[in-house]
Design a protein around this ligand. Structure first.
Ligand code: MG
Length: 653
């Protein structure tokens, strides 16, 4: 007999494991017993019979109808095959802690909540999100098998017993190998994750005959400790703070019976009202400049609003809140490619069409008249596309050059913004280019987050400037990552953006991107200042087997479907092959061709390079490009010719 089955058998014979929780009376005292429906609880509590009061309370929760969850619907839990596997592996203590570490590790028959097989902080933090518990609840609802409920309760109490909330002075982000378990188990982000998902677990397991009044008291005691802790340990800023506030709002809305719920709700709402003005830049970009976190933040604001609306709390979010949400959405559908994928800038990871549709559909409930949203959610059946193609988001530093919104369109996203925050990489001037269903220059991504030295080393490779499609000096990473927009123009002949990054001491990179006749790209790069050294343009293609022509500083993809690009650099002295990777998901990376085009810079003269990216097969086109002016601080003039056809290009500042 398997160990888990022996445990299960024993479980039917012995009373539920008791943990050192607060007495029932103390937990009941935290409730507002004047609420309708709690009369019997109040009466029995007053009479000193807390055993009866606990039973009444369980009965109350099993029958209450005035509180709504907006998470998993227990009546229709939609269990996926993957979730079923996580649930079943969870029974055997193989816990799904992180998608980047599969197959899941075994945490011991007697669960070791401090087990840390790879010193990646995320692996240990996220164990405490107990991501297999909701799947266990869904599986319980789908199968009706009590073993899932019994095991959940066993693990729930085991977690409480082995992860006590001891002294917690603050979040320690570095040197995590040295810190106490409490900084993993009780990091506010993890606490709040549990706040949200334990609502779903509560709903899913509540009908179980094994969900006893004693367990209810332990659950409420633990849940209240979580919400109370979260509401007094908010992160200082960024997406963590938003996640925390949204989840405290969830706690307040789902357990309004707690006397503290009103203050939790007010604090959470105040934070979101304040932070949406602070974290969302005037063009709708979340200030961490990370498309993935931008999307998370849109969802946070939306979820908080949904939970409040579902439970009848209207009018607590400001008008500015709604305006900012709509702007965030506009940026989102602009930066998404027509196949609903998203760029991999900063710490972003691949999203699927299903992910994006879920988000778009949830937004549509708040903005039912929004034409682009109607269009995207109905895949063109309703609504209308935005009335423009190219669009600049100058506060966030995202410049989108496109010739349409269909799968056949071409679209470049140039990234050159302000400092950003921790998730933002040293990538100013980089871009992704998508054409006709293919992302030719996916960003390198991030591969991994923080951890010990070995983990951090892996992260650093992806954050480096040279891992991006931009200019470097001596291969170094930018010392400062603040760019300025110098010019943005759209027109019939071409769209143009000019950005500048004074990234190194003594060297400024000016990059002008022309989207010529809305069909091909010309990039005019100038590196000026008194610095000298090796200037390189770095380009990273998608995983493929391109045709290289180092003599002509050119490379072309060679896909059999004919959807290809040729990239050619003018003004470089040398072209070298470089190490290249792209990481669409955590700890997943693919090798890909990467190149550097070098020019030696003297203190006296700027380096001026031109890159042409043309959508075609290399052999068929004769491409030439040169500057036609003498260097000037006020602009640039150049001429590009494709198969003899000349394209004069210029800008003045
Ligand atoms: Mg990157």
């Amino acid at each position: 007999m398997k160990y888990s089955n022996i445990l299960l058998a024993l479980y039917f014979l012995i009373p539920a494991l008791t943990v050192s929780a607060a007495p029932a009376g103390e937990v009941i005292d935290r409730l507002d017993l004047s609420r309708p429906g709690l009369e019997l609880v109040a009466q029995h509590h007053r009479e000193g019979n807390d055993s009866l009061a606990s039973l009444d309370l369980l009965d109350y929760f099993r029958h209450r109808t005035d509180v709504k969850s907006v998470g998993v619907d227990p009546a229709d839990p939609k269990l996926s095959d993957e979730e079923r596997r996580w649930a079943d592996e969870g029974l055997e203590h193989k816990f799904f802690a992180h998608s980047g570490y599969q197959p899941s590790y075994f945490y011991g028959d007697d669960i070791d909540w401090q087990y840390w097989p790879v010193k990646d902080n995320e692996l240990r933090w996220q164990l405490h999100r107990t991501k297999w518990w909701v799947p266990m609840g869904k599986t319980y609802r789908v199968t009706g098998d009590e073993k899932y409920a019994i095991e959940w309760m066993l693990q729930y109490r085991d977690w409480i017993k082995k992860n006590p909330l001891t002294s917690f002075d603050g979040i320690k982000d570095s040197g995590m190998e040295e810190v106490d378990n409490v900084y993993f188990a009780w990091r506010p982000l993890e606490v709040c994750d549990r706040l949200e998902h334990q609502i779903e677990q509560f709903d899913l397991f509540l009908p179980s005959p094994n969900f006893t009044a004693d367990f209810l008291i332990d659950f409420l005691d633990n849940y209240h400790r979580h919400a109370d802790f979260a509401n007094s340990h908010y992160s200082a800023e960024g997406n963590h703070l938003l996640f925390e506030a949204q989840r405290v709002i969830y706690a307040a809305c789902f357990f309004p019976e707690f006397k503290d719920a009103t203050i939790w709700r007010k604090t959470g709402v105040d934070i979101l009202n304040r932070e949406i003005g602070k974290q969302i830049l005037p063009d709708g970009v979340q200030y961490e400049l990370d498309p993935g976190y931008h999307l998370d933040c849109v969802n946070i604001f939306g979820k908080a609003l949904r939970m409040m609306n579902a439970n009848g709390y209207h009018g607590e979010f400001s008008d500015e809140y709604m305006t900012a949400m709509e702007k965030m959405m506009e940026f989102t559908y602009n930066m998404c490619y027509p196949d609903f994928t998203m760029p991999l800038f900063s710490d972003s990871r691949q999203k699927t069409k299903r992910d994006m549709m879920g988000t778009y559909n949830s937004w549509l409930k708040f903005f039912p008249e929004n034409n682009p949203l109607l269009y995207f959610t109905s895949e063109g059946e309703k609504g209308a596309l935005p009335g423009y193609n190219s669009k600049a988001f100058p506060a966030g530093g995202f410049y989108i050059l496109r010739n349409g919104w269909t799968p056949q369109s071409t679209m470049m996203i140039l990234k050159a913004g302000p400092e950003g925050e921790w998730h933002n990489q040293f990538d100013n001037g980089t871009f992704e280019l998508w054409a006709n269903g293919r992302n030719f220059f996916p960003d390198s991504g991030s591969f991994i987050y923080g951890g010990d030295e070995e983990v951090l080393k892996q992260r650093e490779w992806f954050r480096r400037t040279a891992a991006h499609n931009t200019l470097t000096l001596d291969g170094r990473t930018l010392a400062t990552r603040v760019s300025q927009l110098l010019k943005w123009e759209t027109g019939d002949y071409c769209d143009l953006t000019v950005v500048e990054t004074p990234g190194y001491e003594g060297l400024t990179h000016r990059r002008a991107v022309f989207f010529v006749e809305h069909s091909f790209f010309v990039i005019a790069d100038e590196a000026y200042g008194e610095a000298k050294g090796n200037v390189a343009l770095n380009y990273h293609l998608l995983p493929s087997e391109p045709i290289e022509d180092k003599e002509h500083k050119s490379v072309s993809t060679s896909f059999a479907d004919g959807n290809n690009i040729t990239l050619q650099v003018f003004g470089a002295e040398d072209m070298t092959s470089e190490e290249g990777w792209t990481s669409p998901l955590y700890r997943v990376k693919y090798p890909r061709p990467a190149y550097a085009f070098h020019a030696q810079k003297s203190a006296e003269k700027p380096v001026r390079l031109i890159t042409v990216i043309y959508p075609a097969d290399a052999a068929k086109h004769d491409i030439k490009a040169e500057y036609t002016d003498n260097d000037s601080a006020n602009g640039a003039s150049l001429e590009v010719s494709i198969d003899g056809k000349k394209y004069p290009l210029s800008y003045t500042l």
